[in-house]
Design a protein around this ligand. Sequence first.
Ligand SMILES: *Cc1c(COP(=O)(O)O)cnc(C)c1O
Length: 399
Amino acid sequence: MKFDPATRIQDLLQFGEFGGVNPSITDSATYTFLQAKAMLDTFHGKTEDYFLYSRHWNPSNKYLAEAMATMEGTEGAWLTGSGMAAITNTILQVCNAGDHIVSSITTYGGTFAFFNNYLKKFNIDVSFVDITDLEVVKNAIRPNTKIIYTETMTNPLLQISDIPALSEISKAHGLKLVVDNTFTPMIVAPKSQGADIVVYSLTKFINGKNDLIAGAICADQEFINELIDLNMGTSMLLGPSLDPLRSSQILKNMASLHIRMKQHSKNAMYLAEKFKEIGLPANYTGMPENAGHETLKKMMNPEFGFGGMIAIDMATSDRADALMEKMEAEGVGYLAVSLGYFKTLFSCSGKSTSSEVPEDIQKEMGMSEGLVRFSVGLDNDIERTFEKIHFCLKELDLL
Ligand SMILES: *Cc1c(COP(=O)(O)O)cnc(C)c1O
């Protein structure tokens, strides 16, 4: 049966305490019990439908977790104060000191820094590989490997991970396949393709308003319970729980996610085709000649398109900077990091979101210093937006 995340969310009816069409926002830090024994049982994880303390669970987060799990087709979900917390908590829950991870070399810069620098504290080694080369992935696995880590669509090179194939490799070796799906919510449901744990920065497309930072871990209930175990749960003990007021905000924005994803994709496709017409080297997974196109097609829900992310190569960072400043001045959008906003955002990855990646590794992964990453907005008149970009390119003699 077709996996339909939009309808799954649409069908989720969550009633407010007083009949509100939105669930009531519960912002209590602690929760009362009428029987002392129920409190003890809750401490020992033996009760359901009780709340103890907000760092562990709270009703507002539970509603959003339910929506995230419904969208992803996982048994459960847990919410964090950032995407980085979702990633780091997942890794620290699965791995012990001395373990090993195989990771895509192109990942979000913060993830790369955590893997390459921070995990050394725990003697956890990470092999960075070209995730699209399955032989290389297999050969990187060691006896102490615990995780294969990737992003459905990698940042910023927009490579596509073959999740079913990676899942096969990971199952054959008893590993966990952890997938960051931040760039492609609704477009791909990694769990349905064989991922074990799906992590998100909700800051981006899912919330879509650039007014908060949040993350989610979607997985089976056993893993979620492990994360919030009072004695050994990474999330319970490191304490990155999302603020319930923020949860209730994100929950409401999820209801329009399907419409936004379609519009981001439609606008990005339009720009990619126009960029091709004018001979501008662009990377968009919706183009048939793109290296990841067929792999993405195999996994995606086609109605949501190929996503809102495009990268163009301006060859040098000076040319990239000149273009970005001009585009901002002409009202194309903002020179800013982040993505999934209703306005178009652009940044030069090598000098911003991937600046944690040393320059030699940037070269090794094939990242040009003039790479400009676009998160295409929800523009109603994308033709006009293209004309503005074209004008900037011509004015600056960059074509
Ligand atoms: C932004 C981002 C993150 C980090 O999320 P925060 O919410 O900023 O902590 C992780 N992965 C990807 C792919 C991202 O784009």
